[in-house]
Design a binder for this molecule. Sequence first.
Ligand SMILES: [Fe+2]
Ligand SMILES: [Fe+2]
Length: 402
Amino acid sequence: MNVKKVVEMVGEDRGFTNFESEELLYKTIENEKLRNLIDTLSSTLKLQSNVIQKLISGRDLQASTAKVLGLLKKRLKLDEIAVLLYEEEKGGLTVFAAAGLTPRKKKAVFHPGEGISGRAFLFKKTLFTERAGSDPRFMNWLQNTSEYRNKSFIAIPLISGDTVLGVLTATADTLPTIYLNILQVFASTLSPLLHLLKTKLQQEQQYYNMIQKLIDVSEALNPVFRGHSHRVNRYSLYLADKLKMSEEKKKIIHHGSRLHDVGKLAMMDIVKKHGKLTKREYEILKLHPVLGEQFVRDFDFLVPAIPMIKFHHERYDGTGYPGMYMGEEIPLNARIVSVADVYDAITGSRHYRKPLSFEKAVKELSNSSGSQLDPYLVEVFLSDLNELKDFTEELKQKRFPY
Ligand SMILES: [Fe+2]
Ligand SMILES: [Fe+2]
């Protein structure tokens, strides 16, 4: 139906002249435009407050960012949206959180200056293209530009203060101005939170480094313990390798085995004592797994290491401490550290005896299988005796710090 016809009908119904009806209709159209605009703005504001709420309420920023990206992908009809952060270790931008990316794309690394994302990061400038596939700056995750031929693509640098932390990227069939604004607001909300997270991780790493130094120094005070936590760490990872554990799980074992005796920092008199401990001193020493937890519990990235610290003196037969847990009630990682801990004690010297030969040490470890240690883990640990003998020799020769 054309406008003239509508004008005539409205005029007839309401008793208006054609001229008055026409004016009324245009006003209505204008009002509708205005209403649409108000609707869009209010839903945008709702979306933005929802985004901010989700971001700041989540304890885990990575998980809440992923949630928000999922929400934005749906509401803005995006194909892909990703937050890439600069990782010094890798020298490039890697995916921190994303929605719509294939697992392969999630593993991509963009170097500063590379592709649109790398350029946005390097020049600290938002870059936008409506035909990503034919944009010479565009570098596809999979080198296949055809799927991006008519796609819009935006890369917004994530800046907090003077620091550029990474890039927010989004791809869609179209990205109207209002959507671009939403993404900009999201980027500027996320940036300071990412900065805080980065600072927190740096501080946690500094604390971890410092505590390791303290452990090294304390172990060096007594020849019996010198390098102990380094060797327990290496034997634990040796066993984790044999168990084909994932890199992520090995990272936890790495931290936990290095720090398994951290609680001894609270009882330095006993640690540095040469010779036999009194009964009372031994009772105090037995508190180190529980005290150890206090050293790490406030540091999120060390929390997964707590079971190794707290339960590495449990025994498989249930007569250990502090919990007298039995068998598989004892967390697996703690059972792994126990094998490494006992093996290092057997192969090292004590004030009352010289180190055992490799053959005798193997025999003694086998004797502990099922009573003190998990029999399956002992079997795996001893599965390649030639390799273990060489490794033990290598670690004995090694001069660990201090
Ligand atoms: Fe211990
Ligand atoms: Fe130990």
